[in-house]
Each structure stands twice: as structure tokens, then as C-alpha cells.
Design a protein around this ligand. Structure first.
Ligand SMILES: [Zn+2]
Length: 581
């Protein structure tokens, strides 16, 4: 765990009503004591998730996802447990010291992040010196003002003589570390700055930590490449980041969409003009990790890639993947200028916003794309086109879309709708097999002992009197996992003098060996009414089963024992156990 205490985490949890927090993400309907909603963690079509206001936990009856308010936010927003604590605190208007919520990753790579932050500051400061005049002019000419420079951490790298390398060395950072972070390069045992005489743009990971830089020329140099980018390092994994993701994330909720562009200058340009729900691919092909980042935003994706053939092909392949992943995808194809940056500089932001408003669905984009390089007045081309469209419609599995498209094609090309309908059936068969149905994960059925042991632990999570009852009447589990959880529960209670399932979930969030089992136990007990009498029933059962198992174990021991006096001892023990049974 980090620097924040469990008490502080529990205080935040007790102020956050899980019904309000989950309700801020999804519509909830009250059903008896609990609330129901469609589960966001599997492909849910009927409300499978139940939220208990009384117990402050949630559970999906289909996929089994369960936990407290922090777990929900952690899973929904795909953030660390501590980030989830921070988000919940913010939603409840609780001020917390964010430094206390540094995740392990930040603590492990503390020095690395320090160096990257220092490099950013160094570059930024250069802009303000006499060496920065030309670069500032360049930026200002492109409409990049002080605020944007600050927001995006834009800076300037200088000549080798005033190098980042020398400054970092003076700060006692090692050359090997700088090399590891991709800030310098080595040639014949000499160290050189990676970025020289270029305007620098920090690159962030999904949480906003600086992990690399991209640097571009600004004085019209001809003999060098326009951009130099950080190479892959232990911090910087190009395929795992989307430029501006951590900024955009705050804006996608109100816009209910995320715009995906190619270059980071496109993202900056849109931000300058107030369109802040934008990320840049920094390339053309979406990786699996990037698709996952987009998925976690739970909004529609608007692809707005460059206005060239590569951009069009990339729109097709990226859109295809996103749709396959169940995302709602829209497409903007700009005309005239080559990318959003230049388009906005030439036509203004209002023109761009009109493009957003009239963006087409991915389906329409694709159907249009099929017309490319075809002459639809020719029978062959037309037949090919119609077939492509029909196959696409069949794959969409959307009856209304099918109906509308068939009507349109039938009218446009004077084809019989019955023929089209017949034709579509042929494509449908292949499709039916490919539909991914949500399959409920099969859990191993627990035996009577494990089921009852789970229940006892669940009762113990509900107050000191249940913990006392366990210590008085049982005090022991025969299996290591339940024993460990019981010990953790007792330890937790002794430390905090109070206990409930929701807080205990926070407590075990970083205890990998028992976390899943605790979640299971809490989820199974969610609907239970609790009383000492019912608990005693489970205790009796576990006690009996443990005695039975112990006798079984002793009998095997007896069989293998050769020493006569030891045999007698084992026999005595068996008799004693049977007496109490
Ligand atoms: Zn679910």
C-alpha cells in the first residue's frame, strides 16, 4: 500500500455512497433493498448487476465482478486502486493530498520520473532564454501561446554545449540512467544529447507521467528528419500510449466521444481551439493496448485521420478492429488540407466542428469505401459493390440497418428487394458462428466445508461479535487460505476496532493471495441476513467436517505407522475425536 492510511481510505469510503457513485456512471433502478443495472464488465443485455446500499458492495450475477465503490471505479475506469480512491474522493468533494496516492509504479521508478520531469523543466526554461526567441516566434506563428506551452510542456533543446546531459550530470544522475531513459546517445564512448536544437514535446503514459519526448525542427532545416522521437525504454512503450490520453479523459465524459487523430500537433491544435476530447495515435495503426485504452472510456470513437490514402486505409483497418471490439465508431474525412492541424489553420475551428457534427458511422464510411475504384454503371463493378455491401450488412447483425440498406440499394440500383434478401441469407450463416456470446465463467463447485467456511468468514466481516463467536467456538480452519483470511480479519479488527465487508475489500486490495477469495466470500454473502444463530449453524458444520477429515487423516497415519506405541497414541486420539463427534 502507499502512503495513505487505511483509516483515510475508509473515511473516504464511508462518505461515498456506492449507489451515488455507480449511479454517476450508469442508470440504476431500485429493486427491493438493492439497485440493479446493466453490468459494464461483460456483454450484458439484461440488468445483471446488483448494488447493495446497505452493505456498500456490488455484484454481477452473470460475470461475477464484485467489490466495493473503489473496486467498481478501478475496473470501470481501468485505473489503479489508489487512483480509484482519488477519483471517488473527488466525486465526493473530499480534499486529499494526491502525493499520498502515488502508486507502486511511481515509487519504484521514482528516480526515472524525477529525471524526466527535470528534463521537461529544463527544455521549457530554454524557451524563455535568449536562445529561445526563434523557437518562440515559430510557436507563436502557429498560434501556440503561453498557456498551451504550459499545458503541453512544450520546450526547446539546445546545442550540445548547453546540454541536458551536462546539467543532469551535475545533478548527480548517472549517464547510464540517462542512456536507459533515451535522453542521450553514445558514440565512441562520448555522450550526446538525444535532442538538440529542436522544439520538444513531452510524451506521457496513460496516467500523465512523462515517459519520453518528441522533438521537431523549427528553422527550416533541410538535411535532417522533421521529428526525433524517444526510443522505447522501460518507461516509454509507444504502442501502449495515446498522446494526450490523460488530458482527454477528463473531457470525454461531457462530450460523450473521443476524437482520434494521427499526429500530436493535430491533438494540440484541437485543444487550442477548445476541443479537448482528443488523442493522437502517433502513427496509423491502433495497437491492442491502445484499443483497450479507448474501450475503457465507454464513449463513441470518432476517427479523424489524415486526408491521404494511408489515412483512409488506416481508418478502414482501425475502424474494423474497434467495431469488432464492440465500440461505436464514427468517421470524419477532411477535404483539402492534409491533416486536422492544417485544416483548422486554414478553415477555422467552426468548420471542423461542422465535420464532427456530420461525421458518418463507420458502416457508412465502409460502404462508401467499397465504391472506390469502381464504375457502378458497369454491371461487374455494380455486382461486386452490391455483394460487398450485403456481406457487410449481414455481418452487422442489425435488423433496422439491414432493412434500410436493402431498401436504399434496391431503389438506387433498381434491384428486387426479395433477391437482395435471399442473397443476404447466404452471408448470414457464416456470421452466426462468429457471434461472440457471453459465456458465464464456470466456477469450481465448492464442497460443504469450503462453502460453510466462506460463510463464517463473511459473518466475521460483519462485526466484532461474529469474530468473538469464531474465536470462542472454532478458532481454526483446516485449510491455509481460510486460516490466513481469518487471521487477517482478526488483525484488522484489533487494529481498527470496527469492521465491515466494504472496508475489508479496500484492505485486501494489494494482498494478491487472498484478494480474490475475499471478493468471492463477500459476493456470496451479499444477500444474506446475518445473525449469530445462523453463524453457529455454519460453525457446527465446519467443526464436524474438520473432525471427520482429521479422523480420516489419522486412520491413514495409523496404517502407515509401524511403531506400536505410536499406533496406540493415534488410536487414542481417534477415539477421543469420535467421542466429541
Ligand atoms: Zn457482469
Amino acid at each position: 500500500m502507499a502512503l495513505i492510511t487505511n483509516d483515510e481510505i475508509n473515511a473516504i469510503r464511508s462518505k461515498a455512497n456506492i449507489v451515488d457513485i455507480i449511479g454517476s456512471y450508469l442508470p440504476l433502478t431500485q429493486r427491493g433493498r438493492n439497485y440493479l443495472c446493466v453490468c459494464p464488465f461483460h456483454d450484458d443485455h439484461s440488468p445483471s448487476m446488483s448494488v447493495s446500499e446497505e452493505k456498500q458492495i456490488y455484484k454481477c450475477f452473470a460475470c461475477g465482478n464484485t467489490g466495493n465503490v473503489f473496486t467498481f471505479v478501478q475496473n470501470y475506469e481501468d485505473v489503479s486502486f489508489l487512483d480509484a480512491v482519488s477519483i471517488v474522493a473527488e466525486k465526493c468533494g473530499i480534499d486529499i493530498d494526491k502525493r499520498k496516492l502515488k502508486s507502486n509504479n511511481i515509487l519504484i521508478n521514482k528516480e526515472e520520473y524525477e529525471i524526466m520531469n527535470f528534463a521537461e523543466k529544463f527544455f521549457q526554461n530554454n524557451l524563455k532564454t535568449e536562445f529561445g526567441t526563434t523557437a518562440m516566434d515559430y510557436l507563436n506563428r502557429r498560434g501556440i501561446n503561453e498557456d498551451i506551452i504550459k499545458e503541453f510542456g512544450i520546450g526547446l533543446s539546445l546545442d550540445t554545449s548547453d546540454s541536458l546531459y551536462n546539467i543532469l550530470l551535475k545533478k548527480k544522475y548517472s549517464a547510464s540512467k540517462m542512456l536507459e531513459l533515451g535522453l542521450i546517445s553514445q558514440n565512441a564512448d562520448k555522450n550526446f544529447d538525444m535532442f538538440t536544437r529542436r522544439i520538444t514535446f513531452p510524451l506521457w503514459d496513460k496516467d500523465g507521467n512523462i515517459v519520453g519526448f518528441s522533438a521537431r525542427i523549427y528553422r527550416g532545416e533541410k538535411d535532417t528528419s522533421k521529428y526525433v522521437n524517444s526510443r522505447e525504454t522501460k518507461l516509454f512503450k509507444k504502442g501502449e500510449t495515446l498522446y494526450n490520453y490523460h488530458h482527454a479523459r477528463d473531457f470525454v465524459k461531457q462530450e460523450k466521444s473521443i476524437i482520434v487523430v494521427e499526429g500530436f500537433m493535430d491533438a494540440i491544435r484541437l485543444s487550442i481551439e477548445g476541443v479537448k476530447n482528443v488523442v493522437a495515435l502517433q502513427g496509423t495503426a491502433l495497437t491492442k493496448e491502445q484499443i483497450n485504452l479507448l474501450k475503457k472510456l465507454h464513449v463513441k470513437v470518432i476517427l479523424c485521420l489524415d486526408n491521404d490514402n494511408a489515412g483512409e486505409t488506416a481508418t478502414l483497418s482501425n475502424g474494423e478492429q474497434l467495431v469488432k471490439e464492440g465500440l461505436e465508431v464514427y468517421v470524419i474525412r477532411l477535404s483539402g488540407e492534409k491533416d486536422p492541424d492544417e485544416y483548422i489553420l486554414a478553415n477555422g475551428i467552426e468548420a471542423f466542428k461542422n465535420n464532427i457534427a456530420s461525421s458518418m458511422t463507420y458502416f457508412d464510411f465502409k460502404v462508401n469505401y467499397f465504391k472506390k475504384n469502381k464504375d457502378l454503371s458497369k454491371t461487374n463493378d455494380l455486382a461486386l459493390y452490391v455483394n460487398q455491401v450485403l456481406e457487410e450488412v449481414a455481418n452487422s447483425n442489425d435488423e433496422i440497418l439491414t432493412e434500410l440498406t436493402l431498401k436504399k440499394i434496391s431503389e438506387e440500383y433498381d434491384l428486387s428487394i426479395d433477391v437482395l434478401k435471399e442473397k443476404i441469407k447466404g452471408f448470414k450463416k457464416v456470421e452466426a458462428k462468429e457471434v461472440k456470446k457471453f459465456v458465464k465463467p464456470v466456477k469450481e463447485k465448492k464442497d460443504a466445508y469450503l462453502q460453510s467456511a466462506d460463510k463464517i468468514l463473511f459473518y466475521m466481516l460483519n462485526g466484532g461479535e461474529f469474530i468473538d463467536e469464531y474465536r470462542k467456538k472454532l478458532g481454526f480452519f483446516e485449510d491455509a487460505l481460510h486460516r490466513e483470511i481469518a487471521n487477517e480479519i482478526i488483525y484488522y479488527y484489533q487494529k481498527n476496532n470496527t469492521i465491515n465487508p466494504a472496508d475489508f475489500i479496500s484492505y485486501v486490495s494489494d494482498k494478491d493471495t487472498i484478494k480474490n477469495e475475499v471478493m468471492d466470500i463477500v459476493s456470496d454473502g451479499m444477500e444474506d441476513d446475518i445473525s449469530i444463530e445462523v453463524m453457529d449453524g455454519y460453525i457446527n458444520r465446519v467443526d464436524k467436517l474438520m473432525v471427520k477429515n482429521e479422523i480420516k487423516r489419522l486412520k491413514i497415519e495409523l496404517k502407515n505407522e509401524t511403531d506400536a506405541s505410536k499406533k496406540i497414541k493415534i488410536l487414542d486420539r481417534i477415539t477421543e475425536l469420535k467421542k466429541n463427534d
